[in-house]
Ligand binder design. Structure first.
Ligand SMILES: [Zn+2]
Length: 109
């Protein structure tokens, strides 16, 4: 695993997430005004859910960058086994191996 390269990807991902958040927040603010006028409340709820999802991914990205600093990047935070490179290719911010992620998802569901 080339952590320098993964770090680059993570920083790029972070910049994209920041840009997405900025535009989503802009859209949400507009829709809040629309909701005040009595329209489009569910549309606004959806935007808020999207902002929350992007914020969660942004946090995971920041944590992954911190793990690169620590030298623990690419190691599952739950079981301590290496996260497969293919998974890190697809999701550079992944903190867990597939098994542990599924367990974590079930626990939070
Ligand atoms: Zn694991």
């Amino acid at each position: 695993m080339d952590t320098a390269k993964q770090g680059e990807r993570l920083r790029q991902l972070l910049a994209e997430l920041d840009a997405t958040l900025t535009s989503l927040r802009g859209a949400t603010a507009t829709e809040v005004e629309a909701a005040d006028a009595g329209t489009s409340l569910s549309e606004n709820d959806r935007s808020i859910a999207m902002v929350e999802a992007v914020e969660a991914q942004r946090l995971q990205t920041l944590e992954a960058l911190a793990r690169i600093e620590d030298g623990t990047y690419g190691i599952c935070v739950d079981c301590g086994q290496p996260v497969p490179e293919g998974r890190l290719e697809a999701r550079p911010e992944a903190a867990r191996c597939v098994d542990c992620q599924q367990k974590a998802d079930r626990a939070s569901a």
